[in-house]
Ligand binder design. Structure first.
Ligand SMILES: Cc1cc2nc3c(=O)[nH]c(=O)nc-3n(C[C@H](O)[C@H](O)[C@H](O)COP(=O)(O)OP(=O)(O)OC[C@H]3O[C@@H](n4cnc5c(N)ncnc54)[C@H](O)[C@@H]3O)c2cc1C
Length: 557
C-alpha cells in the first residue's frame, strides 16, 4: 500500500457520515469550525436510487455486502462464531438513514433512570444514564425542527414535556394505521401517529415528502425524505467548511507521545494510506464499527484497544430484536403503501411495570408489510415457493399487516463486540464478532409485547392472527447501542457524560455506543439529539480542546 502525503491538519475530524456524524458536521460547520469527515462508503446521488427490489434487498445494492464486510456472531463465548450479517447498516454517506423507516419517537424521562426505577436485575448490567431527559429535551426539539419531523405533539401520553410541537402535522393516515388505532381504541389503549422523518407539507424551503411504497430498504430518488444524506450533509456542505471524503476507510487511530489522539489512518479510494491529523476526533461509525475501530487501534499505552483501560469497549452491547404479530383482514389493507412512512404507534406497554414480572417494555407499531412487493413477503408458516405460495400471495398479501415491537433488550457484561481473529474483511482487517446471549427478561418481554400486538390486530378487526416470537437475538434489526457506555465512573464506563473518552481527552464517541441502556424505542432521534448536545459542549469549551484549531478559527455560535 502506498502512502500519500499528509493532508493539512484539521480542527475536527469526524469519522462516519451517517446520522450522528452528519448532525455533528452541521452543528460544527455552521458554528464556524472547519471539519474533515472520513466516510468509508460512497457519496451516492439521488439519481442512483430506485425501486429495484431484487438489487436493493436481495443483492446488497444498499446493504453491506457480506463478501466484503462479513461479521460473525455466536450466542455464547463457548461456541464457535458463525458468519452472519448481524445488525447490518448501510455504509455510505448518510449511513443508516439512506434507506431507513424513519420512525423518530423520543425516549421517555424514565428511560434515563431505569436502574433506579427497576432496581438490579440479576445477570444484567443495568445503569442509569449520567444525563436526564431535561438535558436532552432542547436537542430533541432542535433535531425535530432542523431535520424535519412530522408528528402530533401530546398524542403519545407517555412522552415527557416538550418545549413545542412538531414542525409538520402527521403524515396522512393509511389503512393499516387506521386498523391499529381502531384496535387500540377498542382496548382502551393510547395510540398516536408515529413521528416520522418526513415532511407532510413543505417546510424550511423543502418540498413535502413524496410518499412511495419503495421507502424502507430503498434509497430516495426524490430527495424529499428527512435523512442525513438529504438534509444535514448538504447543510454542512453549504457552509464551505465541510471537507467530506467518501470512500475513505479508517483503519486505525494513532496516539501521540502525550497520549492524545494524533491521527486517523485511512485507506482512500485508490487503495493508498493517508494519515489525517486533527485537534479533535469524533467517532460516529455506529456502535458496532466504532467499537471495532477502537479495538483495532492498539498501542503500548492501550494494548487492548484505544480508551479501553476499563476493558469495557465493546461490552454491554444491545440491539433491538425485531418481531411481530401478523393479522389477516377481510378488507384489503395495502400494508406496503407508504413503506412505513404513514404508520401508527403505542407506548402503552413501554414503561416499566413490576406487576408484569419483567423489566421495562417497548414501542409497538403498525409495521405494514413494507418491502413492498410479494417477492420478499411471506406469511409465517406459508410455503415459500410453488403454486401454494402464489395462491397465498394473491389472497393474503394485500390483506395482511404487522404489528411489530421494539424489544428493550437488557445490557449484559458478557454480551459484546470484539475482534474475530479468524476472519478478515476485504481490506484485511479482523471483522467484528458479536457474542450475545438473550437475557430471560428479553424473551419474557418479547412474548408479552407480541401477545399485546396480536390483541391490537384482533381488536382492530383481523380475521386471523399469527404470532412470531423472538426466541433468540438474531441481529435482524439495525439499532445498535452500548459498546462504549457513558457514565461518571471511569471504572464503569468508557465515556464521560459528554461522550468524551475518560482516557483520551480529544476523543468523543457520538453514535449510540454511549447509551447505557438500549431502551424500547427507535434510537436515532436520540442519537442525533445527543450528538448535537455534545457538539454544543465542544463549542462552549473550544479553547480547552484546541491545540491550534478551534479557538484560533474564531468559531462562534
Ligand atoms: C432499514 C432500516 C430501517 C431503520 N429504521 C429506523 C427507524 O425507523 N427509526 C430509527 O430510529 N432508526 C432506524 N434505523 C436505524 C438508523 O439508521 C441508525 O440508528 C442510525 O443510522 C445510526 O446512526 P449512526 O450515526 O450511529 O450510524 P450510521 O448512520 O450507521 O453511520 C455510520 C457511518 O460510519 C461509516 N463508517 C463505519 N466504519 C467506518 C470506518 N472505519 N471509517 C470510515 N467510515 C466508517 C459507515 O459507512 C456509516 O456511513 C433503521 C436502519 C435501517 C437500515
Amino acid at each position: 500500500m502506498a502512502r500519500k502525503p499528509r493532508p493539512d491538519r484539521a480542527e475536527v475530524c469526524i469519522i462516519g457520515a451517517g446520522a450522528s456524524g452528519a448532525t455533528a458536521a452541521k452543528v460544527l460547520t455552521e458554528a464556524g469550525v472547519r471539519v474533515v469527515a472520513l466516510e468509508r462508503g460512497p457519496w451516492r446521488r439521488r439519481e442512483s436510487f430506485g425501486g429495484d427490489e431484487l438489487a436493493n434487498i436481495n443483492r446488497y445494492n444498499l446493504w453491506p455486502d457480506p463478501l466484503l464486510n462479513p461479521r460473525t456472531a455466536r450466542t455464547s463465548a463457548a461456541e464457535p462464531a458463525r458468519e452472519e450479517l448481524f445488525c447490518p447498516v448501510p455504509q455510505m454517506v448518510g449511513g443508516g438513514t439512506v434507506h431507513w423507516q424513519g420512525w423518530l419517537p423520543r425516549f421517555t424521562p424514565n428511560d434515563f433512570r431505569l436502574r433506579t426505577i427497576a432496581g438490579p436485575l440479576e445477570g444484567a448490567s443495568l445503569a442509569d444514564w449520567p444525563i436526564g431527559y431535561d438535558e436532552l429535551e432542547p436537542y430533541y426539539d432542535r433535531v425535530e425542527w432542523a431535520f424535519g419531523v412530522s408528528g402530533l405533539a401530546g398524542a403519545n401520553r407517555f412522552e415527557g414535556p416538550r418545549s413545542r410541537g412538531y414542525p409538520c402535522p402527521p403524515m396522512p393516515m393509511s389503512r393499516y394505521a387506521e386498523n391499529f388505532h381502531r384496535g387500540c381504541a377498542a382496548l382502551g389503549w393510547n395510540s398516536f401517529p408515529t413521528p416520522q422523518a418526513a415532511l407532510s407539507r413543505p417546510f424550511g424551503g423543502r418540498p413535502a415528502t413524496v410518499v412511495s411504497a419503495f421507502a424502507q430498504q430503498h434509497g430516495d430518488p426524490t430527495g424529499t425524505r428527512s435523512s442525513a444524506l438529504n438534509v444535514f450533509v448538504p447543510q454542512a456542505a453549504a457552509t464551505g467548511r465541510y471537507d467530506l471524503r467518501p470512500d475513505c476507510y479508517v483503519r486505525e487511530l494513532v496516539l501521540d507521545a502525550e497520549g492524545r489522539l494524533r491521527s486517523a489512518v485511512y485507506e482512500d479510494a485508490d487503495g493508498d494510506l493517508v494519515e489525517q491529523e486533527a485537534d479533535l476526533f469524533l467517532l460516529a461509525c455506529g456502535a458496532v464499527e466504532s467499537a471495532r475501530l477502537l479495538l483495532l487501534s492498539r498501542s503500548g499505552r492501550f494494548p487492548a484497544g484505544l480508551a479501553n483501560g476499563s476493558d469495557l469497549v465493546g461490552r454491554n452491547v444491545t440491539f433491538h430484536e425485531y418481531s411481530a404479530a401478523i393479522g389477516l383482514f377481510d378488507d384489503p389493507v395495502y400494508a406496503w403503501a407508504g413503506g412505513g412512512y404513514v404508520s401508527a404507534s403505542s407506548f402503552q406497554f413501554y414503561e416499566h411495570d413490576e406487576r408484569r414480572g419483567f423489566v421495562s417494555g417497548g414501542h409497538v407499531a403498525a409495521a405494514g408489510v413494507g418491502i413492498p412487493l410479494p417477492i420478499n413477503w411471506r406469511l409465517p408458516g406459508a410455503p415459500a415457493w410453488g403454486a401454494e405460495a402464489k395462491r397465498v400471495d394473491r389472497e393474503a398479501f394485500n390483506h395482511s399487516m404487522a404489528v411489530a415491537m421494539v424489544l428493550h433488550d437488557m445490557p449484559q457484561h458478557d454480551n459484546r463486540v470484539d475482534l474475530d481473529d479468524g476472519m478478515v474483511d476485504a481490506w484485511g482487517l479482523p471483522v467484528a464478532r458479536i457474542t450475545l446471549t438473550p437475557h430471560r427478561n428479553d424473551l419474557d418481554q418479547g412474548r408479552f409485547l407480541i401477545d399485546r400486538s396480536a390483541e391490537i390486530l384482533e381488536a382492530g378487526g383481523a380475521r386471523s392472527v399469527t404470532k412470531v416470537y423472538a426466541e433468540r437475538v438474531t441481529g435482524n434489526c439495525s439499532h445498535q447501542h452500548g459498546t462504549a457506555r457513558m457514565g461518571d465512573d471511569p471504572a464503569a464506563s468508557v465515556l464521560n457524560r459528554w461522550c468524551q473518552a475518560h482516557e483520551v481527552d480529544n476523543l468523543f464517541v457520538i453514535d449510540g455506543s454511549s447509551f447505557p441502556t438500549g431502551t424500547g424505542a427507535n434510537p436515532t432521534l436520540t442519537i442525533m439529539a445527543n450528538a448535537w448536545r455534545v457538539c454544543d459542549h465542544i463549542l462552549a469549551n473550544r479553547g480547552r480542546f484546541a491545540r491550534a484549531g478551534l479557538a484560533a478559527s474564531g468559531a462562534s455560535r
